[in-house]
Write a protein that binds this ligand. Structure first.
Ligand SMILES: O=P(O)(O)OC[C@H]1O[C@H](O)[C@H](O)[C@@H](O)[C@@H]1O
Length: 440
């Protein structure tokens, strides 16, 4: 369901990929046997095929209940507890869904707790009164500052508006089975809760209740998404780097990195794919960017950004490589028609579709960038359906695990994100943080 249509072959020789074969095979078996660094976080590996069916039914049931209770679902979460659902909604929903006639309008999912802006939260509160509201608060640790703070405000709003008992029926918590402040709070208030498995890290959690509950509430076919991921789990369990596109992608980017490239630009040509780029940035950034290593993950929406970043990509500092996502079948096809006077000079495009033109832009740009010294990998995704997206999520999870191991780092920890938090807590006077910026 994903295939590599461009192997950066003017920069990477087949023999160089061949050299990676033994390392990849070793990593493949390390993943299967669970013997690598961070092996206690391998729950995502068999999640699609081993998904607990009772839990799945409960997610779908809660999704239906939310859809009956509310027309706005506020999902509170950050990082891995936000980006997967946001990406999936961006891919799968109508580009202008807010403006659809009301009978066609699905549940409106709004995100909160993904920033610390008082303006954002205050303005969210201002619009909620005109809607029926439900909340899904998501935090694996149950202690992350941004979502905890947003939940404090929104919980109070819900209790004042609906009363404590009714509010508790409209709040759903997704968190650790036993640990964290959110678990204690949810148990005490009697919210319906969903568990993020211990062995699934936040950025790998899109196919757990973290991603699936908001999506189910929005009417997304989560069975199809899991089905796509199951196909990926099966197909991408192939040890041969030349037969496994996730492994080939991992190998290619490491070879390119070893030749001095420092930034990987994740490029999409469909606006609906924008947040897949955001999700991908966390997955690759936190999994690989450590011990002084890693490609800095950046993203761009072409052709839009060709009119802003294009100059740099073509001609600026030569530190970039590019990964381009091509969608084989777009959701809609719009044909370009000839007009009588051809004042705009576009009749030469008559008979083509927008997809034809967009694809040509993609090919032309790839060629130009490769000529300009940007190694480019092209990944083709079948379409923008639930099934393909499930496949894509799993594809990148598998690829990043192998890629990080190839570069010699533990893919499953993120020690570097703590330092700013320690400074911030010290500056804010959080109990337990002393003036030197270390926990006491
Ligand atoms: O789900 P939570 O525990 O609230 O974590 C939310 C996010 O914040 C942390 O700082 C981590 O860097 C991320 O990996 C995580 O996804």
């Amino acid at each position: 369901m994903i295939h590599i249509f461009e192997w950066a072959d003017s920069f990477v020789g087949k023999s160089e990929i061949e050299l990676q074969r033994p390392f990849i095979e070793r990593i493949h078996s390390m993943l299967l046997k669970g013997t690598g660094a961070g092996h206690e976080y391998l729950g995502w590996l068999h999640l699609p095929s081993e998904f607990n069916q009772d839990e799945l039914q409960r997610i779908k049931k809660a999704g239906r209940k939310i859809a009956q209770q509310a027309d706005v679902l506020v999902v509170i979460g950050i990082g891995g507890s936000y980006l997967g659902a946001k990406a999936a909604l961006n891919v799968l929903q109508h580009s202008f869904q807010d403006l659809l006639p009301s009978h066609k309008k699905p549940m409106h999912v709004i995100f909160a707790g993904q920033n610390m802006s008082g303006t954002y939260l205050q303005e969210l509160l201002e619009i909620l009164d005109n809607h029926e509201v439900a909340i899904n608060v998501i935090s694996k640790s149950g202690t992350t500052t941004e979502p905890a703070l947003a939940f404090r405000v929104l919980k109070q709003y819900m209790e004042q508006r609906y009363g404590v008992t009714e509010a508790a029926l409209r709040i759903y918590a997704t968190t650790d089975a036993a640990r964290g402040a959110l678990r204690a709070l949810a148990d005490q208030a009697g919210y319906e809760t969903f568990v993020i498995p211990d062995d699934v890290g936040g950025r790998f959690s899109v196919l757990t209740p973290v991603g699936l509950l908001p999506l189910a509430a929005a009417g997304i076919d989560i069975d199809a998404m899991l089905e796509g991921a199951r196909i990926a789990e099966l197909e991408l369990n192939e040890p041969d780097v030349f037969k496994n596109p996730a492994y080939a992608y991992a190998a290619l980017r490491q070879i390119v990195r070893s030749k001095g490239k420092e930034i990987e630009l994740f490029v999409t040509y469909e606006p609906g794919m924008h947040y897949v780029g955001e999700w991908w940035k966390q997955l690759f950034g936190e999994s690989e960017g450590k011990d002084g290593k890693g490609l800095f993950p950046a993203s761009a929406d072409f052709s839009t950004d060709l009119h802003s970043l294009g100059q740099f990509v073509q001609d600026g500092t030569r530190s970039l490589m590019e990964t381009v996502i091509r969608i084989k079948h777009t959701r809609k096809t719009l044909s370009i028609e000839a007009v009588e006077q051809d004042m705009d000079g576009l009749n030469y495009l008559a008979g083509k579709t927008f997809s034809d033109v967009n694809d040509t832009a993609l090919e032309a740009t790839m060629l130009a960038h490769q000529t300009g010294g940007v190694p480019t990998i092209g990944l083709e995704l079948e379409d923008m359906s639930e099934k393909s997206l499930g496949y894509l999520f799993y594809f990148f999870e598998k690829a990043v695990a192998v890629s990080a191991y190839l570069s010699g780092v533990n893919p499953f920890d993120q020690p570097g994100v703590e330092m700013y938090k320690t400074n911030m807590f010290t500056m804010l006077g959080k109990p337990g943080y002393d003036k030197e910026g270390s926990t006491s």
